[in-house]
Design a protein around this ligand. Structure first.
Ligand code: NAD
Length: 260
């Protein structure tokens, strides 16, 4: 049986850890050749080595346009034309609006928003020549609704959903699909963000999600795989939310006793 992304070449950002690492593992298992990229080189190199010949690693800070060009060249030389781009790299800061410095705001926007723009801009011309492509941009449930203390992160994650729609409209004629995945609270190192020290994220997530638990990185990877694959061939310009029902509606605590 062939894999679900057999013969596709994928470039994944933030692939050394968390959801990016889970996505790289799944893509290789499903037949893709994958260039893992990140800024934590030791972990990225170790994971690529573990995944074997169908995987490679190169350094890519997503805020740096010249590093994008260099990473694309590595992917093309090693595996051929890139037909899947997963813009997954992200950082989280939790700082109240009036306490946030301009530098803190911009650092979050640079990685989570500008990085997605640079990734699409760099990779799309090669996809156009290849005649097909799928781009999956990782937004968040914080791109669907507000969260106190997450002003910069929310701004960037909303922007990712907007950019996704514009790109989907512009690129449909080139047979390039563009979608977002919007995870809810998911068990990765991002949840250890120092700004949130002392908060029991797991307990809160368990209460917020109707399914009663945090998400796991491999569950987000499954959604990314689906959108990257030809099984999603008629899906573009949309969001796939992976949040255990967290954003499905209000009133879970108020009415759950009636429906229990
Ligand atoms: P993570 O911290 O485990 O992984 C993020 C990866 O991005 C790390 O490997 C990190 O080194 C890399 N990275 C950071 N800055 C970078 C840069 N400038 N250039 C390249 N790589 C960089 O976190 P995660 O939870 O796996 O996050 C993956 C994506 O999912 C992010 O976009 C995040 O915003 C989003 N997300 C996470 C959650 C969650 O609850 N964990 C929820 C919603 C959305």
């Amino acid at each position: 049986m062939s894999g679900r992304v057999e013969d596709k070449v994928a470039l994944i950002t933030g692939a050394a850890r968390g959801m990016g690492a889970a996505t790289a593992r799944l893509f290789v298992a499903e037949g893709a050749r994958v260039l893992l990229t990140d800024v934590v080189d030791d972990e990225g190199l170790a994971l690529a080595a573990e995944l074997g010949d169908r995987a490679a690693y190169t350094h890519l800070d997503v805020t740096d346009e010249s590093q994008w060009e260099a990473a694309l060249s590595v992917a093309e030389e090693r595996f051929g034309a890139v037909t899947v781009l997963v813009n997954n790299a992200g950082i989280l800061r939790a700082i109240p609006l009036t306490a946030m410095s301009l530098e803190e705001y911009q650092s979050v926007v640079d990685v989570n928003q500008t990085g997605v723009f640079l990734g699409m801009k760099t990779v799309v011309p090669g996809m156009a020549v290849a005649g097909a492509g799928s781009i999956v941009n990782v937004s968040s449930i914080d791109g669907l609704q507000g969260s106190p203390a997450l002003l910069a992160y929310v701004a960037a994650k909303f922007a990712v959903r907007g950019m996704t729609r514009v790109a989907a409209l512009e690129l449909a004629g080139m047979n390039i699909r563009v979608n977002t995945v919007c995870p809810g609270a998911t068990r990765t190192r991002m949840m250890d963000c120092p700004d949130m020290a002392g908060i029991d994220i797991e307990a809160l997530s368990n209460r917020m999600a109707p399914l009663g638990r945090m998400g796991e990185a491999h569950e987000v990877a499954d959604a990314i795989l689906y959108l990257a694959s030809d099984a999603a061939g008629y899906i573009t310009g949309t969001d796939l939310t992976v949040d255990g029902g967290t954003t499905a509606g209000v009133g879970v605590e108020m009415f759950s006793q009636i429906t229990a």
